[in-house]
Design a protein around this ligand. Structure first.
Ligand code: NAD
Ligand code: UFG
Length: 342
């Protein structure tokens, strides 16, 4: 019988791609999401293009009663915990909310797993937990040092998960530290659907390309990089989703050890500057996309790039898709769904 994976936050941007990849790999999937930053339409679309239909349960990870009902009604073999809040600026303005949803919510979920005998977790963390490296690629031993409440919540949950995995009989877990997830499923049916003005580079360029915004502001052209603009390690969300399936398979394999948490970067190891991303978008769209030079954005650093070797060694995972493919797939989604799921 196929195994059942619970995906918290499975209606969201990354979650919907993870759910699709799990279904296509033969897993049954239960999504638990309060839909605070997502649409049930994402789940309907996943059902339309996949080998199976996910079950959607609406609820909040901070609600212990709802979690008990969820685990009583569904026999869960493993959890992928994606639910949470992710806007760096908002976390500075509303830290209490971020500690509540991300930290208290994760703690509720882990305690519910303990009560119901579920002993496998993959957790969505972020490269934002690392401290400054002066541009050197970050491996999993790079010292941590998050500088905003969002990053601190991610590191705290990693620590709670590590301690609970060490102390609980039969527990195994994987922490996935994502670099910059972008793009959309190649079908153009699911993708990122930000509310309001996008904070991030790809969704912002996508809205300039559809004519919803006048131009892209390039935040800083005086960084110590070859073209002066900041460099990031962008990763296709389909590659990222495949990494989750491989992490789940690892947890069920003989290679994973009980009471151990493995921390794994998911990045390509290949950095791209803002100007390179802009050029790749113009090539994908086949027309010019207006830009304007703007001051550096507070809190940004020149270069963030992964050393992705551990994902290859431990999970057998490597990113497959390059920047051209990321732009082409993101553009297909945006062109077909200029208003997202609305
Ligand atoms: P998203 O907002 O699209 O997805 C998060 C989902 O969690 C949404 O569907 C939302 O409705 C749900 N959710 C929020 N609070 C909840 C709660 N209290 N109870 C139940 N559900 C709740 O974001 P995403 O980009 O898909 O990110 C998924 C995960 O990956 C997050 O944990 C995020 O911190 C992490 N992450 C994202 C990025 C990125 O750049 N997108 C980078 C690193 C890590
Ligand atoms: N940028 C622009 N113009 C824009 C938006 C972004 O020039 O309109 C630039 C940024 O200054 C940065 C690069 O594009 O140099 C990438 O910016 P994003 O906002 O897309 O991504 P970040 O690297 O800033 O943020 C990502 C995740 C966060 C996470 C952070 C940790 O989105 O969730 O990495 O490094 F916290």
């Amino acid at each position: 019988m196929s195994k059942t994976v619970l995906a918290t936050g499975g209606a969201g941007y990354i979650g919907s791609h993870v759910v699709l990849a799990l279904l296509n790999a033969g897993y049954r999937v239960v999504v638990f999401d309060n839909l605070s930053n997502s649409s049930p339409k994402a789940i309907e679309r996943v059902a339309r293009i996949s080998n199976g239909a996910p079950v959607l349960v609406e609820g909040d990870v901070r609600d212990a009663g709802a979690l008990d009902t969820l685990f009583e009604n569904h026999k869960i073999d493993a959890v992928i915990h994606l639910a949470g809040l992710k806007a760096v600026g908002e976390s500075v303005a509303r830290p209490g909310l971020y500690y509540d949803v991300n930290v208290a919510g994760s703690s509720q979920l882990l305690n519910a797993m303990l009560r119901h005998g579920v002993s496998r977790m993959v957790f969505s963390s972020s490269a934002t937990v690392y401290g400054e490296t002066g541009g050197r690629p970050m491996d999993e031993n790079t010292p941590t040092g998050p500088v905003n409440p969002y990053g601190k919540t991610k590191l705290m949950v990693e620590q709670i998960l590590t301690d609970m995995t060490a102390a609980s009989s039969g527990w195994r877990s994987v922490v996935l530290r994502y670099f910059n997830p972008v793009a959309a499923h190649g079908s153009g049916e699911i993708g990122e659907d930000p509310l309001g003005v996008p904070d991030n580079l790809f969704p912002f360029i996508a809205q300039v390309a559809t004519g919803r915004r006048a131009q892209l502001d390039i935040f800083g052209n005086d960084y110590d990089t070859p073209d002066g603009t900041a460099i990031r390690d962008y990763i296709h969300v389909e590659d990222l989703a495949r990494g989750h399936v491989m992490a789940i398979e690892h947890l069920f394999s003989g290679q994973a050890a009980d009471n151990r948490t493995s921390v794994v970067n998911l990045g390509t190891g290949q950095g791209s500057s803002v100007r390179e991303v802009h050029r790749a978008w113009e090539a994908a769209c086949g027309f010019d996309i207006a830009t304007r030079n703007a001051p550096r954005r507070a809190g940004d650093v020149a270069i963030i790039c992964a050393e992705p070797g551990k994902a290859a060694d431990l999970l057998g995972w490597r990113a497959k898709y390059d920047l051209a493919r990321m732009c082409a797939d993101h553009w297909r989604w945006q062109k077909r769904n200029p208003e997202g799921y609305r």
